[in-house]
Write a protein that binds this ligand. Structure first.
Ligand SMILES: Cc1ncc(COP(=O)(O)O)c(C=O)c1O
Length: 397
């Protein structure tokens, strides 16, 4: 047993988490991702993954990944700025830029990395970032790494956003970057980009960045995302995305003007000092775009499943908050009800995630159900039947 100061502190924290029953016993998945997954050698209905279109185990995507590593090898050998920019990085970037309808794209290792690559590189100490209070942790961390001043506006509150812009105008000489999730990951609601764009036109030196991790592959023509869905392409300066959700793979990207992406290649520290996206992911990503552009069957099925499932739950009396997307929170308010509900569902071989404080504000506990194009009507009906019984036991309906 170690008894140095750090080990003692860590043990104390771990014990506290266990006593409060918030210690995360991370589950091991023994099968590929799919509508069913195997845990402890048992089959579970998967209502918990971001694999919206079921592409995480798509045979054509796997084949494309294998072909790319057969051609280019498994390793990049160096950071991209030295000798690790492979032809397939550029092929993928130009394919993604075309898909997103932006001048250029930089692909990076994850969605998290995309925020950390963009914000500290473009924001200097005379600038500021104005951020929705419910933005994703990767945005919050990227803001911490940047030199600019930060202003937080109340969730989707355009009046408060304007108030923060006015305060920033008094205090800041440089640029004001408004950043928002496209789809908010814990609630499933959508940023009011059209209203944000109006403010950009009203005030000077405003730029807008949208992190559309949960909108890519879900919203817009062929899944091009929220910016396309709301037709505000000309007024959004930066589109940040992830490949780890609807694309079914891993990686992230930043889309924008050619000069800005070029600048990121010259100056961003994560690009200069960390080896780039896997070759296999570049090959996989190109095929994922082919699939998205090929036809809209998967996206249509995702939305049909979503509408079917959410309508049934609402009719039964469940509170789904303000969701506008396949992210389906069942609001339990009480943290313990969220935890109990997810445990009871687990006992019935359904995997969902309980979302409690501090991930969401106190007394807004929920379980979060994630719909996929691969779920069948029978899967959803079975889940609804079990959720109803548990909901009644917990007096949620
Ligand atoms: C808005 C947002 N940005 C970034 C990320 C991180 O993406 P990745 O898992 O690719 O790092 C997520 C993932 O949950 C997200 O919801």
């Amino acid at each position: 047993m170690f008894n140095d100061i750090l080990t003692m502190r860590i043990n104390e924290e771990l014990d506290k988490s266990k006593k409060k029953q918030v210690y995360n016993n991370i589950k091991t998945i023994q099968s590929p991702q799919g509508r069913y997954i195997t845990i402890n050698n048992q089959k579970f209905l998967n209502l918990c993954s971001n694999n919206y279109l079921g592409l995480a185990n798509d045979k054509d995507i796997i084949k494309s990944a294998i072909e790319s590593i057969s051609k280019y090898g498994i390793g990049n050998g160096a950071v991209r700025s030295i000798s690790g920019t492979m032809q397939i990085h550029l092929d993928f970037e130009s394919r993604l830029a075309h898909f997103k309808g932006v001048q250029d794209v930089l692909v990076v290792q994850s969605g998290y990395q995309a925020n950390v690559t963009l914000l500290p590189t473009i924001i200097s100490d005379n600038d500021c970032i104005i951020s929705d209070e419910l933005n994703h942790a990767s945005i919050i961390d990227a803001i911490k790494l940047s030199k600019g001043k930060k202003y937080i506006y109340k969730h989707k509150d355009i009046d408060d956003l304007e108030k923060q812009i006015k305060i920033a105008e008094e205090e800041i000489e440089g640029i004001k970057l408004i950043i928002t999730d496209g789809v908010f990951s814990m609630d499933g609601d959508i940023a009011d980009l059209k209203e944000i764009v109006k403010l950009k036109k009203k005030y000077a030196n405003i730029y807008i960045a949208v992190d559309d991790a949960h909108g890519e592959g879900v919203l817009g023509k062929h899944g091009r995302g929220l910016v396309d869905h709301l037709s505000v392409q000309n007024d959004i300066d930066f589109e940040i995305g992830t490949l780890s959700k609807a694309f079914g793979i891993a990686g992230g990207f930043i889309g924008g003007k050619k000069e800005v992406i070029d600048y990121l290649r010259q100056r961003s520290r994560p690009f200069l000092f960390s080896t780039g996206l896997d070759i296999a992911m570049c090959g996989a990503g190109i095929k994922a775009i082919d699939i998205l552009e090929g036809n809209d069957d998967l996206i249509n099925k995702l939305w049909m499943n979503t509408i079917y499932f959410q309508k049934k739950l609402i009719d039964l009396g469940f509170d789904l908050g303000n969701t506008q997307t396949p992210i389906t929170p069942i609001i339990t308010k009480s943290e313990s009800k969220a935890t109990i509900m997810s445990q009871k569902l687990f006992e019935q071989n359904i995997l969902v995630s309980p979302i409690i404080y501090p991930t969401v504000p106190k007394n807004t506990g929920r379980i979060r159900l994630m719909i996929s194009a691969k779920h069948t009507k029978k899967d959803l009906d079975n889940a609804i039947e079990i959720i109803t019984k548990i909901g009644q036991e917990l007096e949620l309906i």
